[in-house]
Design a protein around this ligand. Structure first.
Ligand code: C2E
Ligand code: MG
Ligand code: MG
Length: 626
């Protein structure tokens, strides 16, 4: 007891020690009255507090009844954690959602925390502490809890602490709702947004994310390198065109499966576009390892596939970009691997190429060429040169091949420099439409001026894309009507590649053109994949033996033998033959003796502008008479 504790102001008996002295007695009385006043004040306060308490209790009761009702309706599990007793009180629903027997309402907080999924526990504890320490207005968290059946379920947990006047938490009360269904739906959505529906592989978004993460990791481990492989199927469009999209889809799924077997378990394989796949290779100790995986990828894809009852062989071009090879700036391995893949494609398909910085400048150059070419197509910078084709052995002028040229301010550009860009940028069909129209217009002009024999034909190079164009027949019809030329004046030169595409569409188109009276020639014959069987499937009129076989004919026994074999094959099939690239007298004699029907080459006449006199002169440089 402390000194200021009030003494009992109403003792049962009058105290004996009352002073006799009246002054002293008055002082004592004042003192007692003062004590009485203090005590009355305290009693008053107590009564008021009791009133408040009763009101609070009534309100709390009403709240708790409503709360219980709401809890039952909300289907949520309710809980309260009493920090004084250390007990966790749980509603029947709380126990039910976790598969506990419903009778036991009292448990230890560990029952909850120990059941929280290991990956979520630290976050739950962090948020709890944050709220209890007053750093957050309430506790709220989504986490997984182990159900009695052994599976984890997702819960949304919310709680609020009750505090004593000093602000210390005395109770934490909250709710627990089962959100497993919503969470699974969310996870599914997330999966769908980051994966390719056809193959189930990660898509571009996820690949890019993993790549960025891997680059950041790699920077912390300087002894390791990483690489991106860019895999693009060769001529995939032909598979779709010839066999239909269902087979195309099945092929892509099969490629995805094969890729997964070719790469290492830790590598990320993604499909980032139609027939484009990428692989992220991490933890490389040597660039050689990237080459090895790329090699395995190529071989895996090139194995014959059995799809829809047929055996198909597809090849892939692979570009490789290594992080260690990056010289400066922000690494963009995906773009670089793509660039390298294009380089591999240029090697003829089924090849691989490693990215080098110089390739980037090539890309820039291509882009510049493309921009200029678009302008050239709109203006009058394109021109045609013509190269005569003569009959053998009499060397009569029977045709001219139209060869496109680009007149640039700094000189004449040959097609080898801009056709690949035109092809890649999709400008080729537009360019070829112009060539077709211009060549026909020129032939008509020569004929009108009687500069050429009546039966002279113009030979036009036609790319596969242009050949398949839906409006090609209408276009031809319009041009022939305007120029009043007959279809017999037209020879179309198609490369072996176009025939090898082997699509029903191409075959049908070639047959239609031949029925119309247009002569079909196979250009650069012998340089493609030389699958001669296609000559039976695609009947053609003329083969142009590639100049590489004519070139070596005098000296190289092999080339001469091939030229002879082609001649023999053509005779057997009733096909006429042109010898391309005849430069010397020896070559001219060789191809004549071989029985070639026609010859073309610098030795007879170089390609020239339409107004050049040399075009219609009898070749003087080579006299084949002994
Ligand atoms: P091509 O169709 O095989 O045309 C023959 C090419 O060989 C021409 O090259 C011609 O100048 C060259 N040539 C002719 N005789 C000789 C010779 O005796 N020796 C040598 N070394 N070369 C000779 P050019 O004009 O550079 O054309 C190259 C290729 O570009 C053509 O090869 C053709 O495939 C393509 N091309 C040209 N114009 C067009 C076009 O309008 N459309 C398409 N799709 N391709 C075209
Ligand atoms: Mg040609
Ligand atoms: Mg040729």
């Amino acid at each position: 007891m402390t000194d200021d504790t009030p003494q009992d102001p109403w003792p049962d008996e009058a105290p004996d020690d009352l002073p006799d002295n009246p002054r002293e007695l008055r002082r004592k009385l004042r003192e007692t009255q003062e004590r009485l006043r203090i005590l009355e004040g305290r009693l008053d306060q107590r009564a008021r507090l009791d009133q408040v308490d009763t009101a609070q209790r009534a309100a709390a009761n009403a709240v708790s009844q409503r709360y219980a009702l709401a809890a039952a309706g909300a289907n949520d599990g309710m809980w309260a954690w009493d920090f004084e007793t250390g007990e966790l009180f749980c509603s029947a629903r709380w126990r039910a959602v976790l598969g506990h027997p419903a009778e036991d309402f009292r448990t230890a907080p560990d029952q909850w925390l120990n059941r929280v999924h290991a990956s979520d526990r630290a976050e739950v504890q962090r948020l709890l502490e944050q709220h209890l320490e007053g750093g957050a207005p309430h506790f709220e968290c989504e986490h997984r809890i182990l159900h009695e059946d052994g599976a984890y379920r997702w819960f949304h947990c919310r709680a609020l602490a009750q505090r004593d006047p000093a602000g210390r938490p005395t109770l934490l009360a909250g709710s627990l709702s089962d959100i497993t269904m919503r969470k699974l739906a969310e996870l599914q959505l997330l999966h769908d947004a980051t994966h390719d529906a056809l193959t189930g592989l990660p898509n571009r978004v996820l690949f890019q994310d993993r790549l960025e993460h891997a680059i950041a990791q790699c920077e912390r481990r300087p002894r390791e390198d990483l690489a991106v492989l860019f895999v693009d199927l060769d001529r995939f469009k032909n598979v779709n065109d010839s066999y239909g999209h269902a087979v195309g889809d099945e092929l892509l799924r099969e490629v995805a499966r094969r890729l997964l077997t070719a790469v290492r378990a830790a590598d990320t394989t993604a499909r980032i576009g139609g027939d484009e796949f990428t692989v992220l290779l991490e933890g490389l100790r040597h660039p050689r390892e990237a080459h090895e995986v790329a090699q395995r990828v190529r071989s895996a894809i090139a194995r014959p596939m059995n799809l829809a009852g047929q055996e198909l062989v597809v090849t892939a071009s692979v570009g490789i970009a290594l992080l260690g090879e990056q010289v400066d700036g922000q690494p963009d391995l995906l773009r670089d691997a793509d660039t390298a893949m294009y380089r591999a494609k240029g090697l003829g398909g089924g090849q691989m190429a490693l990215f080098q910085a110089a390739m980037r400048t090539d890309v820039v150059r291509s882009f510049e060429i493309e921009t200029d070419l678009r302008r050239a197509l709109g203006g009058n910078e394109l021109a045609l040169h013509y190269q005569p084709i003569y009959s053998l052995p009499e060397l009569r002028l029977v045709g001219v091949e139209a060869l496109v040229r680009w007149r640039r301010p700094d000189g004449m550009v040959l097609p080898g420099h801009f056709l690949p860009v035109a092809r890649q940028s999709g400008l080729l069909p537009q360019l070829e439409s112009w060539v077709l129209e211009e060549a026909c217009r020129q032939l008509q002009s020569w004929k009108r001026q009687k500069l050429v024999p009546d039966d002279l034909a113009v030979w036009i190079n036609v790319s596969p894309g242009h050949l398949r164009r839906e409006d090609l027949l209408e276009e031809l019809d319009a041009i022939l009507r305007v120029t009043r030329l007959s279809t017999s004046s037209l020879h179309f030169e198609i490369t072996e590649d176009a025939l090898l595409a082997d699509s029903a569409e191409t075959a049908e188109r070639i047959a239609t053109l031949r029925r119309m009276g247009i002569t079909i020639c196979v250009d650069d014959f012998g340089t493609g994949f030389s699958s001669l069987s296609y000559l039976q499937r695609f009947p053609v009129d003329i083969l142009k033996i590639d100049r590489s076989f004519v070139e070596g004919s005098g000296t190289d026994h092999g080339s001469g033998a091939i030229a002879r074999a082609i001649r023999g094959l053509a005779t057997g099939l009733g096909i006429r033959v042109v010898a391309e690239g005849v430069e010397t007298l020896d070559q001219a004699r060789f191809v004549r003796d071989l029985g070639c029907d026609f010859a073309q080459g610098f030795g007879l006449c170089r390609p020239a502008a339409p107004d050049s006199n040399t075009l219609f002169e009898r070749p003087a440089a080579l006299s084949m008479d002994e």
